[in-house]
Design a protein around this ligand. Structure first.
Ligand code: FAD
Length: 365
């Protein structure tokens, strides 16, 4: 029963915000501790891709719950959180993706030809290879979601650094911050790159792998198109085997990233910042070849740490320990509402779906 529960959330990235919003709606007293700015770390930037296709069918099913919640939350918050432009994927694996999508009831996903592709993604150069459209996917308004949920949470977000989280003898959980010490019925740790360190303090070793990424934002040349799908290009038709791109909410900008992991040292420092420069240059070169509807001069860069789990690039898992839930994974923006809802339920006495326990390796493959 959420009413009256007193829960702390560590981290105001999209996962912590979604958890806190679910808790607030359920009537719990929630405090969110954030060392920096809400949405300032891995959740930074204009947009993200919402897609249903995943190698693990359990994750495909889980995304459908997230999609429904993004719609409901958009209505509550007065903002469309996922565009209606759809999500396009190119490459030899589209039939495999489609057969996975066909296993989940109610998903509108199909192969599309070059003419429909040109309508859905008018920025793209001519392409007549395999392409699929996930009509329920689209560009997530990442900045809008962070801003609206943070505003709803208001003073519940406290700017402070969490040093330790630990269960007390009286059955509560202590949060020790830079400026104080509080006790809560439950603590959810959704601290992105900071989660493994807090887990370590609890005696848990999370298999989180850190790397870095860059996404480059370009302006759409001319008038923004009426509809603009996201792009997942695994075709290599334009000289890059793995590219992701999504549109800003007003369709005037498109963020493009080459999906390649940039290594970081064990202590989190960068191995070689020039690798990020080289990836950004490759994104520009890709835009010149593949996306003639964009002005190829970058207008913004997002540099981010990426946390991932060993069982898959969309892998996600929750660890539970004496009143503390800790969440880790990658590509969590699309999962955040359903993940937040599940974490909020678990924080207020309900059960976490078994598939979300780290031992279930959700998102494997
Ligand atoms: C370039 C790029 C492109 C991406 N594209 C997609 C995509 O298309 N689709 C998709 O679904 N996902 C995508 N992702 C992944 C997605 O953005 C992340 O998985 C998601 O934003 C993670 O959110 P989070 O809340 O878990 O972590 P974060 O956003 O990192 O939030 C954690 C927060 O915790 C705070 N914190 C950390 N330690 C402490 C502490 N000790 N005390 C207090 N606060 C602390 C941090 O300051 C931070 O604000 C992409 C990521 C990147 C980098």
């Amino acid at each position: 029963m959420a009413v009256g529960a007193n829960v702390a959330v560590v981290g105001a990235g999209i996962v912590g915000l979604a958890t806190a919003y679910s808790l607030q709606k359920a009537g719990a007293a929630v405090t969110v501790y954030e060392v920096g700015r809400p949405g300032g770390a891995q959740s930074a930037g204009d947009s993200r891709i919402f897609r249903h296709a995943h190698l693990d069918p359990r994750l495909t099913a889980f995304t459908t719950r997230s999609r429904r919640l993004y719609r409901e939350w958009g209505d509550e918050l007065g903002l469309e959180l996922v565009s209606t432009g759809g999500a396009v994927a190119l490459g030899p694996d589209v039939d495999q993706k489609l057969s996975g999508l066909a296993e989940v009831d109610g998903l509108d996903a199909r192969r599309i030809d070059a003419a429909e592709l040109a309508e859905r993604l008018p920025l793209l150069a001519h392409y007549d290879g395999p392409a699929l459209l996930d009509a329920g996917g689209g560009s997530i308004n990442a900045a809008g979601a962070v801003e609206r949920i943070s505003a709803r949470l208001g003073d519940a977000i406290v700017q402070d650094h969490v040093l330790t989280v630990r269960p007390t003898a009286s059955g509560t959980v202590e949060v020790r911050t830079g400026t104080g010490r509080t006790e809560h019925d439950h603590v959810v740790v959704a601290a992105g790159r900071g989660t493994a360190a807090i887990a370590h303090g609890l005696g848990l070793s999370l298999p989180v792998h850190n790397s870095a990424q860059v996404r480059v934002t370009f302006r759409v040349a001319g008038e923004p198109p009426a509809t603009l799908a996201t792009l997942q290009d695994m075709s290599n038709a334009f000289g890059e085997p793995r590219v992701y791109a999504a549109a800003s909410a007003d369709r005037t900008r498109y963020g493009v990233g080459i999906a390649e992991e940039v290594p970081v040292n064990d202590d989190g420092s960068s191995v070689d910042p020039e690798v990020l420069d080289a990836l950004a240059d490759r994104a520009v070169a890709y835009v010149r070849r593949a996306l003639p509807g964009l002005d190829p001069t970058p207008v913004a860069h997002i540099h981010c740490w990426v946390t991932s789990l060993p069982w898959g690039e969309d892998g996600v898992g929750v660890w539970q320990h004496d009143g503390v839930s800790l969440v880790a994974g990658n590509n969590l923006f699309k999962q955040a509402p359903a993940l937040g809802e599940a974490l909020a339920t678990a924080a207020t006495g309900g059960a976490l779906p078994e598939s979300l326990l780290a031992s279930s390796r959700l998102g494997r493959g």
